[in-house]
Design a protein around this ligand. Structure first.
Ligand code: ADP
Length: 451
């Protein structure tokens, strides 16, 4: 439960942090958008009032004069000719379009506003336009309404600012219109403004995620190591207990008075004690060697030896010591090659691989030991017909204490140190060890040592 919390808490904290940062980015963006709209609103209003104060006109005078003349013409010539509803609709459309065109062509406010904003040092990435909300022609018969549109607030884009609304009456028409600007590029304006803050927040997110990832990786690695360590302690206890209990039983046998009358039994028991002591000693040495390897760098006592001959000697004495426990085919293809190795360590390395080839085999072990010279390296390969190694464990088998944890492999004794030792010795010689394996088909371990 506690372990789970150790993982869940930091994850939740990271998610909360990311949510808060995301929320901050959105708030900054919204705030900056609002500020930009407000800034442009006040700038355009300022421009309008400056124009009015300084030049005593609002920029639409010329447009109004032209519209008045045009309205007069329509009132005189076109209104009397209207017959059908279609005529009326067409005329309204035409007059409104013409009014828009006159206003847009002849107004001076937009260019003045543009200049003004530019002078103040702000971007002029916006579009100015006019909205006629009411237009009526004045004739003898009264007002002829061309347009009467209340702007639909929901349809007006959020980026549109109403600068000013004007209501005017001239000889031939009445009008109500607004000058507007549309900040079409508001997002890029906001981005430029908020860039630095967003960059800082993004940077802090990246740093936190990176630190989190590193810590997470360490945590996982530590969990893995602590798992391996407890496996190792279990295995070691098991390995030590076997010879110890045999020695204890043998000791008790020797204590029995009746054994004195049977010298053969005494000898047999003494041999058993001695054999198990040797086993025990070997085990303790392995553990000590590995802990020594951990603390100090290797000190190799290297000598140039005939590599093929040395390998053959090791294979022969292995077979003798295990009473011919396997069939070994030897294929030496590096005759006369001299290679500088520490003979003791090199022997341990080959012995470990041969012992594993026998240990992890569920049929009659058939081992192929072959040598070669390639790329200025002496290579020795040990191929077996054993149980093979599942793909997902391949990357870990050279790790300290690592044992493939499945099936009946657990019945096979070991401390998970043999291959770790092989790897360390191979790299200490400036070389390396690699493996290729297929479950149920067998494995090949290849040691490479520079010549
Ligand atoms: P140990 O044999 O003490 O468990 P090793 O470091 O020698 O430790 O081996 C690590 C693991 O690699 C073993 O637990 C075993 O599962 C796997 N292994 C090693 N050699 C072979 C092999 N020749 N065939 C199949 N599996 C092997």
């Amino acid at each position: 439960m506690k372990r789970r919390l150790i993982i869940i808490f930091p994850l939740v904290a990271l998610l909360v942090f990311l949510a808060v940062q995301g929320f901050m980015i959105i708030s900054i963006w919204r705030q900056e958008k609002e500020n930009t709209l407000m800034r442009y609103e006040s700038l355009t209003r300022e421009a309008t009032s400056v124009l009015l104060r300084a030049k005593k006109f609002n920029g639409f005078e010329k447009a109004m004069d032209i519209t008045d003349k045009f309205a007069g013409l329509v009132v005189e010539e076109k209104l009397p000719e209207l017959r059908t509803a279609a005529d009326t609709a067409n005329l309204k459309e035409e007059v409104l379009a013409q009014a828009y065109s006159i206003l847009q062509k002849n107004e001076l406010l937009s260019s003045f506003t543009n200049e003004y904003i530019k002078k103040k040092g702000y971007s002029t990435d916006f579009k100015s336009f006019i909205w006629i909300s009411y237009l009526g022609l004045l004739s003898d018969k009264g007002q002829f309404v061309i347009a009467d549109t209340v702007p639909d607030k929901d349809k007006i884009k959020k980026t549109i600012i109403v600068v000013n609304t004007y209501k005017e009456e001239h000889n031939n028409f009445v009008i109500e219109y607004s000058s507007l600007i549309d900040l079409t590029e508001i997002n890029s304006l906001v981005f430029r403004k908020a860039f630095f803050s967003i960059l800082l927040i993004t940077f802090s997110i990246l740093i936190v995620v990176l630190i989190f990832w590193l810590t997470w990786r360490n945590l996982m690695e530590e969990r893995r190591l602590s798992g391996l360590k407890s496996d190792f302690i279990n295995n070691m206890t098991h390995e030590l207990k076997t010879p110890l209990s045999t020695i204890t039983v043998a000791g008790r046998t020797l204590e029995k008075p009746q054994i004195n009358t049977d010298p053969d039994k005494v000898l047999e028991t003494a041999k058993m004690i001695s054999k198990q002591s040797v086993n025990l000693n070997q085990l303790i040495n392995t553990i000590l060697e590995v802990s020594l390897l951990e603390r100090t760098e290797f000190e190799l006592d290297r000598h140039k030896v005939n590599a093929d001959e040395l390998t053959h000697q090791i294979v022969s004495s292995f077979l003798t010591s295990c009473d011919g426990c396997a069939t070994v085919r030897e294929e030496y293809k590096a005759p006369g090659t001299l290679v500088a190795v520490d003979i003791v360590y090199f022997t341990t390395m080959i012995n470990n691989l041969l012992a594993n080839a026998v240990k992890y085999c569920d049929k009659d072990p058939l081992i192929v030991v072959s040598t070669a010279v390639a790329d200025n390296e002496f290579q020795v390969s040990i191929t077996d017909n054993g149980i093979g190694i599942p793909h997902e464990h391949i990357d870990h088998i050279f790790d300290k204490f690592y044992r493939v944890p499945h099936g009946n492999i657990h019945k096979i004794k070991g401390l998970g140190l043999g291959l770790y030792y092989v790897k360390r010795i191979a790299t200490a010689h400036g070389g390396d060890v690699s493996v290729s394996s297929r479950p149920d088909r067998g494995s090949t371990f290849k040691i490479r040592i520079p010549i």
